[in-house]
Each structure stands twice: as structure tokens, then as C-alpha cells.
Design a protein around this ligand. Structure first.
Ligand SMILES: Nc1ncnc2c1ncn2[C@@H]1O[C@H](COP(=O)(O)OP(=O)(O)O)[C@@H](O)[C@H]1O
Ligand SMILES: [Mg+2]
Length: 289
């Protein structure tokens, strides 16, 4: 059974803006899924449908096989933890500790159990020792990690993150990516994230949905999606930087790597393989002469 399933979902805002058209999505437990699209593609709208913050105009949103409606909302929001794009929309307490405690108290946790859950989440998010600080005095990256920790503390099955790396500096972005990969790998929590940053996608996602103008235009495993270079570009996106470099080297006849790299790590491996193949080729040639 799919964890989250959207069937022919349409959404029109009260002012008549058509934000989503015939969206079909299915997310399985344990996956890391990216929703990639330029600004205005409909990603944030889509995410608000996952846990019933918005209701579809047409079509159904199901969580664990049951259609999301009023009587199911509490349970759905327990299962699906939502991390908003701007932590200032999420954070409101006067200390980090209170921020984390708020959701836990709402869940009915008290005393030692509440404190244990709070300190675990702060530890995971790399914020242990920040308990008495004001959320508003944290750096952008720390704020994002606090917003994440406050959701994580409630131990959701799925984390839905809207632009988790946007407006972060390179170190802050790298930290969040590492943290989220760890949360998925070690805790088994399913990740669904929206981004317009193509370089982030291959660092985190197993699978990608590409959105444009409220529609899903392309979906599949990350490497297969980025192999559709022209299609990616036609939806106001680009290839990851390293992939673009590999494409240019091949186009200009310099060399063709044994595999098409999407990340620095993949590029390094492909270049080393290419060098090894050339050396072996040169040796064979010399042996024949
Ligand atoms: N509250 C709203 N009322 C009317 N239109 C909206 C509202 N929020 C977003 N939209 C429109 O819906 C479309 C999708 O927006 P959004 O979901 O925010 O895209 P993304 O997150 O991919 O940038 C855009 O055309 C946007 O202008
Ligand atoms: Mg958005």
C-alpha cells in the first residue's frame, strides 16, 4: 500500500488560479522523493494537500489507503510532518526548548517522556546545547534545523519539506542534506521534498517528479529523469552543473565518460574509470605493436 497517493488531483484557488491539474503521485514507505519545479510550478500548493491544509477541488488524496477527510486529519498530521519553506512561519516560541515542547505537549507527552523526545530531536538536528536560546536569534541554517527538529520530535512516518535548502549558505545546505539523508537511512523516515535547485536533487532523491505549470511533466528514478536533458530544459530547469560539464565535453568531442554524472562524487568516479580504461587501452595497443 502507498503511504501517500494522489489520484487525478486538481486544485483551484478561490481567486480562480488553477494551481494543480490532474496530479497523480504515489509515495512508498522509505523512499526519498523530490518534487522539482521552477517557481510557481505548484509545489507548495501540492504539499499543503498532503496533510489536508488545503482540500483538492477534484480528485483524491489518500494516506495509507484512506482518503484524507476531516475525521482522518488528526491521524494524518501525526503521520506526516510538514516543514515549511520559511522557518519564521513555523517558529513562534521564546526558547528552543519551548518550541520543541509545544508539539509534544499537544500530543499528550509530559514530563520525562516529553523531555526525552525533545532532547533526542535536538540531538539529531545538531542543536543540543541550544535549549535556552531564542529561535529568533538563530542563524538561517539553525532555524531550518529547529523547524525540522520540532517536527521530527513527534516521530512522523513521513517528512514533507518545502524547499529545505533554499536561502541557506553552502555549509548550511550541506548540513541539512546530510541530516535528511541520515534521518531517512538510519530512522527509515520517508522524505518528500520540494525544490527548484537541480543540484540538490541527485544528492537526496531516489525518485523525482518534475512539475511545471501545475502539472507533473516527467517522473522516474533520478538518473533517468536527468537523462531527459531537453525535456528538463523545456520546463525552465537546467541540468546539475557537473552533468552540464560532462555534456559539453562529450558534445565537443573531448571525451565521453563511462556514465553520466549528476554529482561531484559520481563525476570523480566516472573520470577515474575513464582514465583507467584509457591506460588499459594504451597498454594493449603498445602490446600489439
Ligand atoms: N493563496 C493563493 N491564491 C491564489 N493563487 C495562489 C495562491 N498561492 C499560490 N498561488 C498560485 O498558484 C500557483 C502555484 O504556486 P505555488 O504552489 O506557490 O508554486 P511553487 O511552490 O512551485 O513556487 C502560482 O501560479 C501562484 O501564483
Ligand atoms: Mg513554493
Amino acid at each position: 500500500m502507498d503511504l501517500i497517493e494522489l489520484a487525478s488531483v486538481n486544485f483551484i484557488y478561490p481567486d480562480g488560479t488553477r494551481a494543480l491539474t490532474d496530479i497523480n503521485i504515489s509515495i512508498k514507505a522509505g523512499e526519498k522523493v523530490a518534487v522539482l519545479g521552477a517557481n510557481g510550478a505548484g509545489k507548495s500548493t501540492l504539499f499543503q494537500l498532503f496533510n489536508g491544509l488545503l482540500q483538492s477541488t477534484r480528485g483524491t488524496v489518500s494516506v495509507k489507503g484512506r482518503v484524507v477527510e476531516k475525521a482522518y486529519l488528526k491521524e494524518v498530521r501525526r503521520m506526516i510532518g510538514m516543514v515549511f519553506q520559511d522557518p519564521d512561519d513555523q517558529l513562534f516560541s521564546s526558547t528552543v526548548q519551548q518550541e520543541i515542547a509545544y508539539g509534544l505537549i499537544n500530543l499528550g507527552l509530559e514530563g520525562g517522556r516529553m523531555e526525552q523526545a525533545a532532547s533526542w530531536a535536538l540531538q539529531v538536528a545538531g542543536l543540543a546545547g541550544y535549549e535556552n536560546k531564542s529561535p529568533f536569534n538563530l542563524s538561517g541554517g539553525e532555524k531550518k534545523r529547529l523547524a525540522l527538529a520540532s517536527v521530527l520530535a513527534m516521530q512522523p512516518e513521513v517528512l514533507v519539506l518545502d524547499e529545505p535548502t533554499s536561502s541557506l549558505d553552502p555549509v548550511g545546505a550541506a548540513k541539512i542534506i546530510e541530516l535528511l539523508n541520515g534521518i531517512n537511512g538510519e530512522l527509515g523516515i520517508t522524505l518528500v521534498f520540494a525544490t527548484h535547485d537541480v543540484d540538490v536533487v541527485p544528492l537526496m532523491a531516489d525518485r523525482v517528479y518534475v512539475m511545471d505549470k501545475g502539472e507533473i511533466k516527467l517522473s522516474g528514478p533520478t538518473d533517468e529523469v536527468f537523462a531527459r536533458k531537453d525535456l528538463i530544459r523545456s520546463h525552465n530547469l537546467r541540468l546539475p552543473r557537473v552533468a552540464h560539464l560532462a555534456e559539453l565535453l562529450e558534445r565537443d568531442g573531448q571525451f565521453r565518460l563511462p556514465s553520466f554524472p549528476l554529482t561531484i562524487g559520481q563525476a570523480k568516479k566516472a573520470i577515474l574509470e575513464h582514465i583507467a580504461e584509457n591506460k588499459a587501452g594504451a597498454k594493449n595497443k603498445a602490446g600489439m605493436e
